[in-house]
Design a protein around this ligand. Sequence first.
Ligand SMILES: *[C@@H]1O[C@H](CO)[C@@H](O)[C@H](O)[C@H]1NC(C)=O
Ligand SMILES: *[C@@H]1O[C@H](CO)[C@@H](O)[C@H](O)[C@H]1NC(C)=O
Ligand SMILES: *[C@@H]1O[C@H](CO)[C@@H](O)[C@H](O)[C@H]1NC(C)=O
Ligand SMILES: *[C@@H]1O[C@H](CO)[C@@H](O)[C@H](O)[C@H]1NC(C)=O
Ligand SMILES: *[C@@H]1O[C@H](CO)[C@@H](O)[C@H](O)[C@H]1NC(C)=O
Ligand SMILES: *[C@@H]1O[C@H](CO)[C@@H](O)[C@H](O)[C@H]1NC(C)=O
Ligand SMILES: *[C@@H]1O[C@H](CO)[C@@H](O)[C@H](O)[C@H]1NC(C)=O
Ligand SMILES: *[C@@H]1O[C@H](CO)[C@@H](O)[C@H](O)[C@H]1NC(C)=O
Ligand SMILES: *[C@@H]1O[C@H](CO)[C@@H](O)[C@H](O)[C@H]1NC(C)=O
Ligand SMILES: *[C@@H]1O[C@H](CO)[C@@H](O)[C@H](O)[C@H]1NC(C)=O
Length: 456
Amino acid sequence: MACQENMFFIGLCISSVNFGLSSNDLFTTMPETMNAVSDTCVQLPCAFQIPDGHNISFSSARNVYGIWLKGKTDSNILFNSSNTGNSLGKITGNLSEKNCTTVFFNVTTSYTNKYYFRIDTNGQYRATDIEKSVTITVIDSPEQPNMTVLGDIKEGTPLSLNCFAVAPCPGHPPKLKWTLPTKSTPVNKLQENPDRTKSVLSTVTFIPSYLHNEKNITCTAVYPVGMSNKTAEHTRTLHVLFSPKNTSASISPAVPGSVGSCVNLTCSSTANPPVTNYTWFRISGGKTTQVASRRTYTLNVTVGDGGQYYCEARNDQGVEKSQEVKLPGQRNPEVWWIVGGTLVLVLLLIVIVFFGWRRKSKIPNGLERTVNPPETAPAREKPAEPVENLPEEIHYGEIDFSRQRPKKTQAAAQDRERDLGKESEYSEVKVTRGRSQDQEPLVNELYAQVNKTGAL
Ligand SMILES: *[C@@H]1O[C@H](CO)[C@@H](O)[C@H](O)[C@H]1NC(C)=O
Ligand SMILES: *[C@@H]1O[C@H](CO)[C@@H](O)[C@H](O)[C@H]1NC(C)=O
Ligand SMILES: *[C@@H]1O[C@H](CO)[C@@H](O)[C@H](O)[C@H]1NC(C)=O
Ligand SMILES: *[C@@H]1O[C@H](CO)[C@@H](O)[C@H](O)[C@H]1NC(C)=O
Ligand SMILES: *[C@@H]1O[C@H](CO)[C@@H](O)[C@H](O)[C@H]1NC(C)=O
Ligand SMILES: *[C@@H]1O[C@H](CO)[C@@H](O)[C@H](O)[C@H]1NC(C)=O
Ligand SMILES: *[C@@H]1O[C@H](CO)[C@@H](O)[C@H](O)[C@H]1NC(C)=O
Ligand SMILES: *[C@@H]1O[C@H](CO)[C@@H](O)[C@H](O)[C@H]1NC(C)=O
Ligand SMILES: *[C@@H]1O[C@H](CO)[C@@H](O)[C@H](O)[C@H]1NC(C)=O
Ligand SMILES: *[C@@H]1O[C@H](CO)[C@@H](O)[C@H](O)[C@H]1NC(C)=O
């Protein structure tokens, strides 16, 4: 077969293998096999050569007929090109130019066979190439188109897809249609294959995105068959390489427990190839620190783990950061008790000190106003001292009591009343005693003072 490709090899074949064999007076070039779709045509590309010694007699022949044989002998003729109006097929090539291209019309599955080519120049020159045959296979459904991908499929990198469908009947070639995850305009052309058969090639180019990963793409070949169509398709799944996408960080449980409980920080991402590397970072006090390099970062919560956390997902295509998630600051429950207790104690102290101060600050006021006059008095005996307190107490009681009553509880008010009563009583006793000790004018004066101040 290779021998027939050019003259050098033809010479080689004759000299080495076929020289002297009368059966090799013809060398044909045609595909070894051809697939055809039933009820359509099949065009068989064919060419032949006549050995040099016989070329003159061939060229001088007036009529050249081409005959297709089912088998190597003349006994089973498919058709003889001399029979014009033959419905089985037609030699469309110019036999004088050694072109034996033949179209078989409307083939059926019964055509499936091995065929040999024979030349007949009206008896002057006859030869069959018994070394070369073509096997025609007629099938009811067309062959699946062939889809090829040029290069790696990476997001953002233009991708070219080829779909290739045989066109055994080039007069009615198949139409190729694409089912793609994105819009793209295909470029179709009828092309000749190395064995001179024809095929339709369709090329689409688009830029894949990560959303196209795992999506199916289909190329459908539609063969016109009589009044209808026959289809064949090829589907493949796109595997798009892409850097991590939809990277997110989550906390479990959503509301972290107290110190000593476990919190899972989990990073999720999609990538192709899958994420190889997850890294956790913590932002605290304006500083970012790497805390883990696993998908799930499990924290045994300690005081001071609070802060913003985010993760990074990486594969060989790139890297992506998640949003930040907040892990609330934690306090030791014991700390809460201590802080709470201290606060209550401090409050209590403040209250005590405040009331103590208030009580004391009122006393000097009363003294200044009411006790000064008696102090000027010459008589100053020890038993008389309580007398000095008397007006003060009454004065304080009167003013304070009237002011404070609405703020105090009933019980407190009564207590206060009772206390005041006691003091008044006590003072009364003192006063009585003071009176008996010949200090009547002073006491009277004191009473006057008290009444005056009380009225004020
Ligand atoms: C083909 O037809 C031609 C013309 O009728 C005839 O001369 C030739 O012998 C035929 N060839 C065969 C193999 O029948
Ligand atoms: C042979 O003939 C066919 C049909 O006419 C044509 O398409 C083809 O190009 C020819 N081959 C050569 C080598 O000229
Ligand atoms: C076939 O080729 C020969 C030689 O080149 C030419 O004379 C003849 O007209 C051609 N026949 C057809 C039908 O084209
Ligand atoms: C092809 O042959 C089938 C039966 O052999 C026939 O029914 C059909 O009409 C034919 N089609 C054409 C286009 O000749
Ligand atoms: C599809 O193409 C591949 C590689 O190019 C090849 O091996 C295979 O035979 C082809 N299949 C068809 C049906 O053309
Ligand atoms: C993609 O095609 C495969 C077979 O090629 C099929 O199993 C799968 O269900 C298809 N997927 C979709 C999303 O159509
Ligand atoms: C056959 O396919 C062609 C192109 O795809 C379309 O235009 C035509 O309507 C189809 N015919 C039938 C009968 O389905
Ligand atoms: C944390 O993750 C571990 C396994 O990764 C699991 O056993 C545990 O239950 C998770 N804890 C929480 C609180 O989600
Ligand atoms: C957390 O750590 C503390 C002390 O390191 C330990 O006592 C406690 O059992 C740990 N908790 C968990 C859930 O691992
Ligand atoms: C993961 O990423 C970190 C930071 O970029 C790097 O230090 C580490 O080596 C990586 N690990 C793997 C297994 O690639």
